[in-house]
Design a protein around this ligand. Sequence first.
Ligand code: SIN
Ligand code: FE2
Length: 221
Amino acid sequence: MNPITFDLFADAEPEQQPRLDRIGEQSCVLRGFALPWLDQLLPALDAVLAEAPFRQMITPGGFTMSVALSSCGVLGWTTDRSGYRYTRDDPLTGKPWPKMPEVFLELAQAAAREAGFADFVPDSCLINRYVPGAKMSLHQDKDEASYAAPIVSVSLGLPAMFLFGGFERGDKSQRVPLFHGDIVVWGGVDRLRYHGVLPIKDGLHPRLGEQRINFTFRTAG
Ligand code: SIN
Ligand code: FE2
């Protein structure tokens, strides 16, 4: 192939643009956005979990959550019989939550920027582990000190059906399928929208096995 033919061929190649699906005025899904970060993310996740293992928490109503939780960052989200709150120490180990790995922070900031939120500085990353059958009921993220910053939510492993609702629990929800590597960002006028996850279907993900891992970055303090 001579250089001229080669150039023509290269021009004809479709541009590989990351896909942005808008799901609200200030919310979107960045399809596959986390994939290039995976080789750095997974070892960093293992290091966090070695310090602060997954555990199933109890809601104020006395139910054990089907999703297992951990956190990293200055603040970690917890729930028990006395309520929901952010804490500086992990109640399980009595030690501060693990530091947020640099690669987590960089990914969260890059995704926020792509979604139109410059200057996102998360101080908390909730880590959710769903095994098949686990779900998260519709809720608002409202334990943060301010709602000025968006929520950046990374999906890894088994697929999920994300519910993106309105401002009242009873409002109709959109069903948004989420796959390995997708990132949902919601903020601004959409910051307090109800959201949840339908029960995860049985499956085996080639990289993560029989689970879905979700990172939810927030500015909590
Ligand atoms: C959450 O709202 O904390 C989790 C959302 C998700 O797992 O996608
Ligand atoms: Fe949430």
